[in-house]
Design a protein around this ligand. Structure first.
Ligand SMILES: NC(=O)c1ccc[n+]([C@@H]2O[C@H](COP(=O)([O-])OP(=O)(O)OC[C@H]3O[C@@H](n4cnc5c(N)ncnc54)[C@H](O)[C@@H]3O)[C@@H](O)[C@H]2O)c1
Length: 651
């Protein structure tokens, strides 16, 4: 196939290289021999890098021989089967080139443009055959970025979209198809995330570093929002922003970017932008202090609103939207998955808050989001959001067990009795733990309370019938179950959603982690009844908080979650509406590891806490040796060498 690439700059030379690797004869056109010569040098360098890494099957010279630099545009286009234009972002220039292409290329040739922001339909409108014009939006650098966004103009034919997708596939690219709206899909989402970062900084809610830390730590983004802007070039982002806002895209204005661009501070390439770099073009990741600010919902919600609008208008499909975020923006998951994790109701409330504080109407929640909230489609927590989540529920008389692999929830379910733990509940927790421990699809267990309380403690109404011996036996039953939790082969998270007193607090203390809502309170009030904690409180509290816990046992004083956190009783604090998503984040981070390694690590750690270091390290050494015999270890090493995520099966 004869492929013509017009423009051999940053994007064009990479596209020409890809087309040649795919086996096509490529005519590369630019305005001077020098520019073309430079492009050929860059291609040669890139091909040799690919060859070195083993990803190029042929020799460098063989591929280069298929690329023909040509300053005569008519010649480069003559009889071409596929034209890709990558000259600068200038509508009239692009129109002239496409008129030329229409005159010289094969009458059936696809005429593709790599524009980032100009409407395909506006470029095509001056042609006799606008149905042949399509957006083929590569990302920088084209050779390495896995996605191509195919943009369907108002006249683009199905056949042309199909041929373009095939061409992208032959270049080893994944594709998404989007209708012709300003910024298409990927840049629109990126701009929403960026504007949310600016909103947070300009409204004084957070600093640039805090926004970036939160994006990395809370959302798992590969780079902070502002750092990414520096990395890609502030002028590039700013020009896309200007182009799309000029076409009606409403966004919170980022005055900081505008200022930096006007001062020539363009990010990494100029040596400074939002951050400072050692010299122009030299990228060194700035060290960011960790932040306790939870900004994730602000950073995500405007993008969710945007994607909801695009879905509702039929501009992009759901699967392509998710794929675009992962492959085009490098996010660990799609925006809609983030929305489901955070909760659609939380997204709606966040948007309302942003609308009120900024006075900008484009933050009004999209009708799609409002109807989802109305229908109870709140995301993961309700089993249905943008995606459907498999919920399997088993009802016992005092608890509910909800399995949403890889996480399973044990919910204490006596809300009218403040989830007080009675004999039945202790037996049922025991049974539930046994059955969940055997399930391979369950990697982490969370225990929480129904309603607004975790558990107010052991059910005092049962105390009346207890003789001293029976009380001792009852205490032993609590101990049996709590020890089972402590040494279970799967990690257990206590999700303290509200009050956790007495036996409720002791249940939480037996878990591996405690994630508490900021509104939660904890305490061991047994002393007020002339008793002492009977479910391990005197033992586990001291192990977590050292001597400090004794005061709580002796006075029965309740502590709020933040004090519990300072005392070391609670490991993670969360806003009430973010509690579940915090737990899922922790659970998912553990669940993607080998369950054999996780179980071994937990056992060595937990036994180590209770034993002499000689015994503990001997156990560690044995387990370390044992793990060398697992398939998971083989997979871990293979994935590391192949630079991919491992897929552990627990074998
Ligand atoms: N740089 C990016 O990150 C990026 C990413 C995606 C898409 N894009 C889009 O790709 C296109 C090209 O961007 P770029 O960054 O490669 O620009 P660039 O300035 O690096 O390259 C443009 C090239 O086109 C050549 N040119 C100009 N007029 C010409 C003509 N009449 N005939 C032939 N060649 C001509 C120039 O000499 C130059 O070599 C733009 O539409 C841009 O929006 C850029």
């Amino acid at each position: 196939m004869k492929v013509t690439v017009i423009g051999s700059g940053v994007m064009g030379h990479g596209i020409a290289e890809l087309a040649a690797i795919a086996g096509n004869e490529v005519w590369m056109n630019d305005i001077s021999t020098e520019i073309l010569q430079q492009a050929m040098e860059r291609i040669k360098w890139s091909l040799s890098k690919l060859r070195e890494s083993g990803s190029l099957k042929e020799g460098v010279e063989q591929v280069l021989a298929r690329i023909h630099p040509e300053t005569d545009q008519a010649q480069a286009l003559k009889g071409s089967d596929f034209v890709i234009e990558a000259v600068k972002e200038d509508l009239e220039l692009k129109r002239t080139i496409f008129r030329n292409a229409e005159a010289h290329a094969s009458p059936s040739a696809v005429l593709a443009t790599n524009t980032s922001s100009l409407p395909i339909s506006e470029i095509a409108s001056v042609l006799k055959s606008p149905q042949r014009v399509v957006g083929m939006h590569f990302f920088n650098p084209p050779v390495l970025m896995p996605l191509v966004e195919i943009v369907r103009g108002k006249d683009t034919s199905d056949e042309v979209v199909k041929t373009t997708a095939e061409m992208a596939k032959s270049m080893n690219k994944e594709t998404i198809v989007v209708k012709d709206v300003p910024g298409f899909f990927v840049n629109r989402v990126l701009l929403r995330i960026m504007e949310a970062g600016c909103y947070l900084v300009e409204k004084g809610i957070a600093s640039i570093q805090e926004v970036d830390s939160s994006a990395i730590e809370e959302l798992g983004f590969p780079m902070g929002v502002f750092l990414l802007a520096d990395y890609t070039g502030l002028d590039i982002g700013y020009s896309v922003w200007k182009a799309v806002t000029a076409r009606g895209f409403k966004a919170f204005p980022c005055s900081s970017t505008e200022k930096l661009v006007s001062q020539g501070k363009l990010g990494v390439k100029s040596g400074s932008g939002y951050y400072q770099y050692p010299s122009p073009g030299k990228f060194v990741r700035p060290t960011l202090p960790s932040t306790s600010k939870k900004l994730g919902r602000y950073l995500i919600s405007p993008a969710v609103n945007e994607v909801s609008y695009l879905l509702r208008e039929g501009i992009v499909g759901k699967d392509d939207a998710e794929k675009g975020c992962v492959l085009g923006l490098g996010l660990p998951k799609g925006i809609l998955s983030y929305a489901d994790e955070i909760g659609i109701d939380v997204v709606v409330n966040t948007l309302e808050e942003m609308r009120q504080t900024s006075g900008m109407d484009h933050y009004s929640p999209d009708p799609l989001l409002l109807s989802m909230v109305k229908e109870g489609k709140l995301g993961r927590k309700s089993g249905q959001g943008f995606h459907t989540y498999a919920h399997e529920e088993a009802k016992y008389s005092t608890i509910v067990v909800r399995v949403e692999p890889p996480l399973a929830w044990i919910v204490l379910n006596r809300p009218t009795r403040y989830n007080a733990i009675n004999g039945d509940m202790i037996r049922e927790i025991n049974q539930a733990l046994d059955s969940l421990e055997e399930r391979e699809d369950v990697r982490v267990i969370a225990i929480t309370g129904q309603g607004r309380v975790f558990s107010a403690g052991a059910d005092v109404t049962e105390f009346g019938s207890l003789t001293p011996v029976k009380a001792m036996i009852a205490s032993r039953k609590f101990h049996e179950v709590f020890m089972k939790i402590q040494f279970l082969t799967k990690p257990v998270i206590a999700v303290i959603n509200g009050l956790a007193l007495g036996g409720g607090m002791e249940l939480a203390l037996s878990a591996d982690f405690r994630v508490a809502s900021k509104t939660a309170e904890m305490g061991q009030p047994e002393i007020n009844l002339g008793l002492i904690p009977g479910g391990g409180g005197t033992q586990r509290l001291s192990r977590l908080s050292g001597r400090k816990g004794l005061e709580l046992v002796l006075t029965g004083r309740r502590v709020k979650a933040e004090e519990a956190y300072r005392l070391g009783i609670v490991e993670f604090l969360a806003e009430p509406e973010e509690l579940e998503s915090e737990v899922r984040k922790l659970a998912n981070a553990i669940a993607e590891k080998s369950p054999l390694a996780v179980a071994s690590a937990k056992l060595a750690y937990k036994l180590g806490e209770e034993t002499h270091i000689w015994t503990g390290t001997s156990l560690e050494a044995s387990l370390f040796g044992l793990l060398f015999s697992t398939k998971d270890f083989e997979e871990g090493v293979r994935a590391f060498l192949e630079k991919r995520k491992p897929n552990f099966r627990g074998e």
